[in-house]
Design a protein around this ligand. Structure first.
Ligand code: GLN
Length: 605
């Protein structure tokens, strides 16, 4: 049968064919190209960073790209995963709780992603089972192949339709050989067959060992890993060899020989000092050219767009390189042993640091044993602190002690989500005289529950996907620091069940706490601050600003913190900070005017 004949039979919807191709309405085979990245040999090779950098290289050429991560686990989303084990839970604007790699993609591509960009086996199976119950499979037995694999392909094609992407970048979670990812790999094999020649580019990320006892690179593990992929019917087109040092020509040739990939498409992907250098490293090696050629996209590349994109990125790298000053920021937390639990915070600090041309050194402050007596000692020689998000009770006392120290000792401080809530508790206790103030998350019986469940949360049962989640508009109070940061409004991402109980607002405000950002629709406090004349930088937010910080547009919350820390470290030589919103206001008169105090109060009721 020629290829048209094959396509005709797979399009046959009569139920008589063994092919199963439920194409979503409006989908045109072969129009969107796909780059599929597989991990071989072992996990932890930085597949997300690699894929997002490669996607960035293609995006920089003026093409529209959209990434998707396929996760093998059966959870419907990442919301119920422990950040200790899996790294932070990333939240998208539409409220999807997903793997932290989605954060890597959003930052690299400077793109807001949605639930379409994240699929787990749990989601795929759920959809297949729901369809089975509605009788959608026309009396057939429902099988891994073709129905589960069909659903996987469906997800990619739905994404292609929704985003009108020229190229969809697919990252397969885990490592080739994992049982839980086998259906994804099989689906990709089918996809390549159905989409046609040069529509799908398979990239195998592998690992070249360099055992110190031998002092030379060995390719056997990589060969075996790729053989595993070949056994699944997937012939890679490009091989990326992760390694400590540049992979030698001899080793690359050996890998080429064993995997039917021409040596010029077997590349080194060795460690480099910063992930921000990887796009240039990939371009230098020729990865982008190889992908564009295989997918026959070269004629669509826009050289001017690429030049501009590289220049902007280069300027960011220069700012990182030029950083001569250094500040140290303490992160007070529970999961301090696992850096991945705070991945986006670390990135947001880097973005702010680059903008201000200073290096941010992170100091981990374990709060589990801290008290008011020991907090000062623990925060010695730190120029600013972040009290990050958390759940439960552990470490709360220590965090409150750190917040008190920061507030009373003029130490720059940013409270995020749980940290914002702890700042309210500390202030209620110490300034407003509400000694028994607490959060009902910590003490359900306390006399002054200044932090309590959101009203809608009181009715909710079950844990998965039930918090107040995702992007929400925030109304900003005029004349405040927040107004300097954002103008009249902004949009932030949330993930919480508790909030400031609005009954306590009069007392807290009378004590001097300013609630400078709130939800436009409900009485939910989103940003707090102390007057700039009273404290160099004491700010909290119920949101997670780290999730929306991007290299070229750092979060103002982090900019403010790092800038205040710089002033503490170098009191005489730091220029005042112009927040991006202020700078924009100066340049264009077209920005929406700030609300007057009166309007803000009106919207609040
Ligand atoms: N546990 C708090 C709440 O649910 C804070 C959550 C967080 O820090 N993400 O509101």
């Amino acid at each position: 049968m020629d290829s048209d004949g094959i396509l005709n039979s797979i399009r046959d919807q009569s139920g008589e064919t063994e092919f199963y191709l439920p194409l979503p309405a409006g989908y045109q085979l072969g129009r969107t190209k796909f780059v599929i990245v597989f991990g071989t040999v072992m996990s932890g090779l930085g597949k997300g960073i690699f894929s997002s950098s490669l996607a960035k290289c293609v995006q920089d050429k003026g093409l529209r790209v959209s990434p998707i991560k396929l996760e093998g686990y059966l959870n419907i989303d990442s919301g119920t995963l422990n950040p200790f084990r899996h790294g932070e839970v990333f939240v998208l604007d539409d409220g999807t709780e997903c793997d932290m790699d989605l954060g890597t993609y959003e930052r690299a591509l400077d793109q807001d992603l949605s639930r379409l960009n994240f699929a787990t086996s749990g989601q795929v199976y759920r959809r297949v089972l729901e369809r089975e119950r509605t009788g959608a499979y026309l009396g057939r037995d429902v099988q891994m192949i073709p129905h589960v694999t069909g659903e996987v392909k469906n997800r990619l094609r739905e994404l292609a339709i929704a985003t009108k992407a020229d190229v969809v970048f697919v990252e397969i979670g885990g490592t080739v050989g994992d049982v839980e990812n086998a259906h994804f790999i099989e689906a990709m094999r089918q996809l390549a067959f159905e989409e046609g020649q040069h529509s799908v580019c398979f990239v195998a990320l592998t690992y070249v060992l360099e055992p110190p006892i031998l002092g030379e690179q060995k390719s056997k593990a990589a060969q075996l890993g790729i053989r595993r992929l070949l056994e699944c019917g997937v012939q890679p087109h490009i091989i990326a060899c992760r390694a400590q040092s540049p992979v030698t020509r001899k080793v690359r040739e050996k890998i080429a020989l064993f995997s039917n990939v021409p040596p010029e498409r077997v590349f080194s992907m060795h460690d480099c000092e910063s992930v921000y250098l990887i796009p240039e490293l990939l371009r230098g090696a020729g990865y982008d050219r190889a992908v564009m050629e295989w997918l026959e996209l070269t004629p669509r590349a826009n050289e001017e767009a690429e030049r501009v994109a590289r220049e902007r990125w280069g300027a960011y790298l220069n700012r990182l390189r030029n950083a001569t000053r250094q500040v140290s920021i303490g992160i007070t937390g529970k999961y301090t042993a696992v850096r991945d639990a705070y991945a986006s915070i670390l990135k947001a600090l880097e973005h702010a640091g680059a903008h201000l041309e200073c290096k941010v050194q992170v100091r981990w402050v374990d709060t589990s044993e801290l008290t008011e007596e020991t907090a000062g000692e623990a925060l010695r020689e730190i120029h600013g602190i972040i009290v990050p998000g958390a759940f439960g009770t552990r470490g709360a006392t220590g965090k409150i002690a750190c917040l008190k120290y920061a507030r009373t000792q003029q130490l720059p401080c940013l409270g995020i989500c749980y940290g914002f809530q702890m700042a309210v508790i500390e202030f209620a206790r110490d300034v407003c005289g509400l000694e028994d103030a607490n959060s009902t998350e910590i003490d359900n019986e306390c006399r002054h529950p200044v932090i309590d469940l959101l009203p809608e949360q009181k009715k909710i049962e079950g844990l998965g996907g039930t918090m107040r989640l995702g992007g929400q508009d925030v109304l900003v109070k005029p004349g405040t620091l927040a107004a300097r940061m954002f103008g009249a409004r902004t949009r932030l991402r949330f993930r919480h069940r508790y909030e400031v109980d609005p009954r306590y607002l009069p007392q807290l405000e009378a004590g001097g706490m300013i609630f400078s950002g709130k939800s436009p629709r409900a009485e939910i406090m989103n940003i707090l601050e102390l007057r700039e004349s009273l404290h160099p930088y004491y700010v909290g937010t119920q949101a997670h600003p780290e999730l929306t910080s991007r290299p070229l547009s750092p979060s103002p919350f982090f900019l403010g913190l790092v800038h205040a820390a710089l002033r503490r470290a170098y009191p005489d030589s730091v220029q005042p900070l112009a927040y991006p919103a202020e700078a924009a206001g100066e340049e264009s008169s077209g920005v929406s005017p700030a609300l007057t105090s009166h309007e803000w109060r009106m919207e609040r009721t």
